[in-house]
Design a protein around this ligand. Sequence first.
Ligand code: RP5
Length: 185
Amino acid sequence: MVCLILIVTLKREIAMKSEKNSSPVAVVLGSDSDLAVMQSCIDQLADFGIKPAVRIISAHRTPQIAADFAVAAADSGIKVIITAAGMAAHLAGAIAARTNLPIIGVPIVAPESPAGLDALLSTVQMPPGVPVATVAIGKAGAKNAAILAVQILALADKTLAEKLGHFKKAQAQKVIQKDSSLSDM
Ligand code: RP5
């Protein structure tokens, strides 16, 4: 009997440890149709050496899974959650309601959407007390969500902070080069 309890406890600890080893960033998509836009978020995270945990979870179609995910996220080692959804985009808010982790929301333009304004307002207009850091609509927002997540993590990660420094310098250098190539015209 004692042996059985020990085995069960050990198994639980191993499971918890492997959960803890999950990525510090989760990218949650409201639908697989959001992936085309969010690939630039995943790629940008990869440039910083982060392989995010990517999930498809819908606030409306799979509400219980969304709730369970949000409640378990911090204990599984996730530090920042990026969400992407279109139309009545409640995914970011539904997750933010159930965790104290920082949530970054990317509004997506759905085919029937008025240019993504529906998703933008649904994501950004959170009531006081439950913030969602809402970025720009579409691909620009997807990329910025990744950079913002890295900026949050970099507060406690020197290597990431250095990578961010290089990223910003390289970005500035590109603009300077474009500017000087104009003077050759
Ligand atoms: C949202 O509705 C999703 O995030 C997606 O942007 C939009 C349309 O979803 P699908 O009908 O393509 O699955 O919940």
